[in-house]
Design a protein around this ligand. Structure first.
Ligand code: ATP
Length: 638
């Protein structure tokens, strides 16, 4: 409806409004398509709606028959007949609306289940970049709030819209049947009624919006000024009077708006009451005049007048729902638009049509970077069209608008032979983690290629690629599940013996058996909390179980106590054995045992060689070694 209004307004933004109208139409068409699998049930609902609408006009017609026939002709039998029909009609109406509610919820729930599934699958297929550039709250809100809202639209708003249309058609037909002249008078009064409804709705919305805004700023003020840090700042700066003043002003505004809102509601009620008294009065005058002045019997009877006024108020009631319905429809369309927007997101990283599967046992584990360049494209380049709450029109968030030059890996070439350990060393922010992200295709290179055993990673199926690679990060993530479930996550088919062998190798078995339920202890958010070092050993055990050909290891920068360090060291040894390892090295032992050290700075390899060679070179590595590791070496020597 709003779209129709937009069309009739001639303004400089007309083109934009036209395109908004087209979008609404497109969204509506797409929503209609989601009903296709349920078309049988939808037709049944339409039939039920038609029956309930038709039953709605039975009562006034029965009243007419009771007055004009049964009572006028003193016919008791007819009276009982009409009363019985009224009873049956009301029973049927009730039963029909129960059936309608049932089918409505079946369709609504099914469509929502389909949307939830599609969205979840879609989100799982999205690239790492998507998740690093989208707020988690935003993703969850689309999956839960938007879908729930859209479900209300499906089960309520759309049915109301169809009921409104059917009601209007059936009621006008019934009115025409009773009296064409009175129908004409009522239709002439409709614009006046619509104008009152439109104006009153607009006034209501304006005050309710102002109330919400005032309430929001009052809440924000309370949050800011009653938080620990807020209170501390206010007290130390002596600004109590100022914040009290601000609070009182907002509070006063809220009070006035509350009164205004109540009074507007009262005036609107008065206008509607007057209208609903005034319009039947016109009908009484015109129809009464017809009866009084007609010599051979008027075209309308007393019963006809009663039935007609009932139809008339039914018609106005139906039309009174148009504007609120239009608003509900508009917000429902916006919800669907947000869902479709996610469903339509481009999947950045996916399998090539002819991608191959590599058998893990046959993979030697050679990794080659060939003239690789990569830039963290602004998230907006990929997902810029997303409309997120709090985002500006062009998709930029406030924090992103002043973006500096994005980080770039520049022309990297190196080869890691099967079974070698390569250590990546460099200052913070040099690009070490980024390099490791390119191997499992968390990001795709912009140019050049990353190869495993001579296969470009983009030519390997993603599932196959991930089966070849194991990653142990600094922050090991454990699901809210049992220790066993967490361990078997990467290799569900592993036996109990294999699992225990892995935890023993990772030096975590003894800690696990000490827990209240051993391997069945629930860990994670609301379960047992492992320490940082224990979590990392759990992750190492999980990776040992997965037994990948290639290991990516991001060593923890945060210092652990010596005991934990030793345990992790002990856990890592069996993990690195017999597989190609690329380690972001923060431990001296890793660096010393590395077959090759790549020194990274500002996205480039600036030095490479063994520890001895690089120390002799007296470049960046020698500097870093002096700063970070010489102390560690001295301590280890003690
Ligand atoms: P550290 O040793 O501190 O972990 P690093 O050498 O591993 O550092 P990276 O994490 O690879 O460095 O980051 C390299 C650069 O890329 C940094 O400047 C970082 O800010 C930037 N960067 C990292 N992730 C993203 C991202 N998702 N989008 C944009 N820039 C990013």
């Amino acid at each position: 409806m709003q779209s129709v209004n937009r069309l009739s307004v001639s303004s400089p933004g007309q083109k934009r409004q036209m395109s908004a109208f087209k979008t609404d139409l497109g969204v509506l068409k797409r929503i209609a398509r989601t009903f296709v699998p349920y078309k049988g049930r939808v037709s049944f609902i339409l039939l039920i709606l038609l029956v309930t609408t038709a039953l709605g006009i039975v009562n006034p017609l029965l009243v007419r028959a009771v007055l004009d026939d049964a009572i006028m002709n003193h016919n008791m039998q007819h009276l009982i007949l009409y009363a019985t029909i009224a009873l049956i009609a009301s029973l049927l109406g009730g039963l029909a609306s129960i059936a309608q509610t049932y089918f409505n919820s079946v369709i609504g729930q099914n469509i929502m289940r389909d949307f939830r599934n599609q969205l979840y699958v879609k989100l799982q297929s999205m690239s790492f970049r998507f998740f690093t550039s989208t707020r988690t709250g935003e993703i969850q809100s689309r999956l839960s709030n938007d879908i729930n809202g859209a479900q209300n639209a499906l089960t309520d708003t759309f049915t109301r819209a169809v009921t409104c249309i059917l009601n209007a058609i059936v009621t006008i037909a019934a009115m025409l049947y009773v009296s064409p002249l009175l129908t004409l008078i009522s239709v002439v009064l409709l614009p006046l009624f619509l104008w009152i409804t439109y104006k009153s709705g607009k006034m209501r919305r304006r005050t309710s919006l102002a109330t919400q805004q005032t309430m929001a700023s009052l809440h924000a003020l309370m949050q800011e000024t009653l938080s620990v840090s807020g209170v501390l700042l206010i007290k130390t700066l002596g600004r109590q009077k100022m914040v009290q003043g601000r609070f009182k002003t907002e509070n006063q505004k809220l009070t006035e708006l509350g009164i205004q809102q109540r009074m507007i509601g009262r005036w609107i009620m008065f206008l509607f009451d007057t209208f609903f008294t005034f319009t039947p009065t016109i009908i009484y005058i015109v129809a009464g005049w017809q009866i009084i002045h007609s010599a051979q019997g008027a075209s309308i009877t007393i019963g006809g007048i009663v039935a007609f006024t009932a139809f008339q108020s039914r018609l106005f009631n139906t039309f009174s729902q148009i504007f609120p319905l239009q608003l509900d429809l508009q917000s429902s369309l916006a919800l669907f638009e947000r869902i479709f927007e996610y469903l339509d997101l481009p999947v950045e990283i996916h399998d090539a049509p002819d991608a191959c599967t590599l058998e893990p046992e046959l993979v030697k584990g050679e990794i080659a970077f060939k003239a690789v360049s990569f830039t963290y494209k602004d998230a907006l380049t990929s997902f810029g069209k997303l409309k997120a709450p709090g985002q500006k029109q062009n998709g930029q968030t406030a924090s992103q608008s002043g973006h500096a030059t994005p980080f770039t890996l520049d022309d990297l070439s190196f080869t890691i032979k099967p079974g070698q350990l390569v250590a990546l060393v460099g200052p913070s922010g040099a690009g070490k983690t980024t390099i490791t992200y390119l191997i499992p295709r968390l990001y795709d290179v912009d140019s050049g290629a990353v190869e495993i055993d001579g296969h470009d990673t983009r030519d390997i199926k993603l599932e196959s690629l991930s089966s070849l690679i194991g990653i142990v990060t600094q922050e090991s993530f454990l699901f809210h599940a049992t220790v066993r479930e967490n361990l078997l996550y990467a290799s569900p088919e592993a036996t109990e013996e294999e699992m225990i062998a892995a935890t023993k190798a990772a030096a975590i078995h003894e800690r696990i058996v000490e827990l209240s339920d051993g391997y069945d202890t629930v860990v994670g958010e609301r379960g047992y909390r492992f320490s940082g070092g224990e979590k990392q050993r759990m992750a190492i055990a999980r990776t040992i179980l997965k037994n990948p050909r290639i290991l990516i290891l991001d060593e923890a920068t945060s210092s652990l106590d010596t005991q934990s360090e030793r345990l992790i060291q002990a856990a890592l040894e069996p993990l690195m054995k017999n597989r190609t390892t690329i380690a972001i090295a923060h431990r001296l032992s890793t660096i010393l045992s590395a077959d090759l050290i790549l020194v990274i700075d500002k996205g480039r390899i600036v030095e490479q060689g063994t520890h001895r060679e690089l120390l002799a070179h007296e470049g960046l590595y020698a500097n870093l070694y002096q700063q970070q590791f010489s102390q560690q070496a001295a301590l280890d020597a003690v």
